[in-house]
Design a protein around this ligand. Sequence first.
Ligand SMILES: C[S@@+](CC[C@H](N)C(=O)[O-])C[C@H]1O[C@@H](n2cnc3c(N)ncnc32)[C@H](O)[C@@H]1O
Length: 200
Amino acid sequence: MLDIGCGTGRASEALVERGSRVWGVEPEREMAALASERVSTVKVAPAERLPFKDGWFERALMWLVVHLVDRPRAFGEAARVLRPDGRLAIGTFHPLHFERYWLKEFFPSLEAIDKARFPAPEVLDSELRAGGFARVELHRLTQTASVDRQTALERVRGRFISPLQLLDEAELEAGLARMMAELPERNEYALEWLVAIAYK
Ligand SMILES: C[S@@+](CC[C@H](N)C(=O)[O-])C[C@H]1O[C@@H](n2cnc3c(N)ncnc32)[C@H](O)[C@@H]1O
């Protein structure tokens, strides 16, 4: 299978452990180098120009990638490199995620920033069909997670949570001050995933 936008190979590694033969493709050279320590074959290229022959893969994956790519081109490319009975699995955030996301309380602009970046389910569905997939299944999955106070503060200060990079400085400072005052030692929160399975 092909992990498109594989980053450091986190998902690829999990798939290798479950018995898949995984190839990765990633445009950032440094990330690709880290991924190649986890899976055998990683190519440096974007989702919009996959360096593979037609019909080469049984399965493809795009995990937390569809908000970053030119989706019509990337979906066309994913369909091209998949066999006639191939499938593409997509993991991304459901719009509900941004409405419920715990950091929204401290940074109110995050919801609008992310809703503008991430495709809604019906958009994903029509783009996948236009890209060459005959059938699309959409699922919503809820996952609970937790983070300790120190880690949360470090992630926010370093803007390691990507929409924070688009937030203005004043809102970041104000939100951080409130977090320092109000954050408990451990915070439980929910992630609302949108999973799409697209069949050629
Ligand atoms: C949030 S990370 C997810 C990485 C990995 N899929 C995971 O779940 O760990 C997004 C990844 O998409 C990559 N990316 C950005 N633009 C891309 C493009 N045009 N084509 C493919 N990957 C892209 C980034 O370099 C980054 O590695």
